[in-house]
Design a protein around this ligand. Structure first.
Ligand code: DX5
Ligand code: ZN
Length: 251
């Protein structure tokens, strides 16, 4: 059981708000994934981002229910599924059965997003919606008060390693404004081709969680070092102005 090794490691008290970093499993070395997850656990990673692709909603294939099942059985990570499928009730049910804690899907890929959101919550998991860069924020409007998560993509869904869409900074900011105006409490996430030099602006715009793929797994450094480097940059950006010394890496 890859389990509770170092909960106390998380230096969150010094920052005004918490920023969660979520490794994207599809960018891990899948032939060494158990070892990589154990290393990430030693530095307090608790949430995993799991991309599911059906070759139809996006022209690519990625994890299924078996991976979620095995992670649930053998680890204590919070399993956050990103469904890039023509999302039917059956898909949601299968991933809930497999043990997903969070299910996020693309509203344009579902016939009745509201019903799916209620179904996810009724079965004890957290519902979220994902918005690809090409679609306007207002698409999320009808369901914002029913969500725990809004994931704004900073690259088109389907592949890691694409160009980062700089428009996401303004979209995060506008969504955060909307959230406070309506006194809602969903968490705002950013997913897709995030690089080190994007972190400060993503955090400053108001994001609470950041999905990291290649910027974590493809650095040539140890995973704990890479993760701590990203965490340091996020916490620096989240620090209240009064406690901050230097600004961090620029564009
Ligand atoms: C892409 C996925 C992302 C991806 C992130 O469609 O939704 O989660 O794995 O990996 P990077 O950050 O390397 O693009
Ligand atoms: Zn994703």
């Amino acid at each position: 059981m890859i389990g509770r090794l170092a909960e106390t490691f998380l230096p969150t008290e010094t920052t005004s708000r918490r920023v969660e970093i979520l490794p994207s499993l599809m960018c891990a070395d899948l032939l060494r994934v158990a070892d990589q997850l154990a290393r990430l656990r030693t530095v307090g990673v608790r949430h995993l981002h799991i991309d599911v692709m059906d070759g139809s909603f996006v022209p690519n294939f990625m994890f299924g229910t078996t991976m979620v099942q095995q992670l649930r059985r053998n680890t204590d990570f919070r399993l956050e599924v990103h469904l890039m499928t023509r999302t039917q009730e059956t898909h949601v049910d299968r991933f809930l059965e497999a043990g997903a804690h969070v299910i996020q899907f693309h509203p344009e890929a579902a016939d009745a997003p509201g019903d799916l959101i209620r179904r996810i919550r009724r079965q004890g998991a957290s519902p979220g919606l994902v918005l690809q860069p090409a679609l306007p924020l207002k698409i999320l409007d009808p369901w914002l008060d029913a969500l725990d998560h809004c994931l704004l993509m900073s690259a088109p869904p389907g592949f890691a390693g694409q160009a980062f869409d700089l428009k996401v900074f303004d979209r995060i900011r506008r969504l955060a404004d909307l959230r406070s105006k309506r006194a809602l409490d969903f968490e705002i996430g950013c997913d897709g081709s995030v690089r080190r030099h994007h972190l400060r602006r993503i955090v400053k715009a108001g994001a609470d969680r950041i999905v990291v793929g290649r910027v974590l797994f493809d650095t040539g450094r140890s995973l704990p070092d890479s993760l701590n480097d990203l965490r340091r940059l996020c916490h620096k950006a989240a620090e209240p102005a009064s406690t901050r010394s230097s600004p961090g890496p620029t564009e």
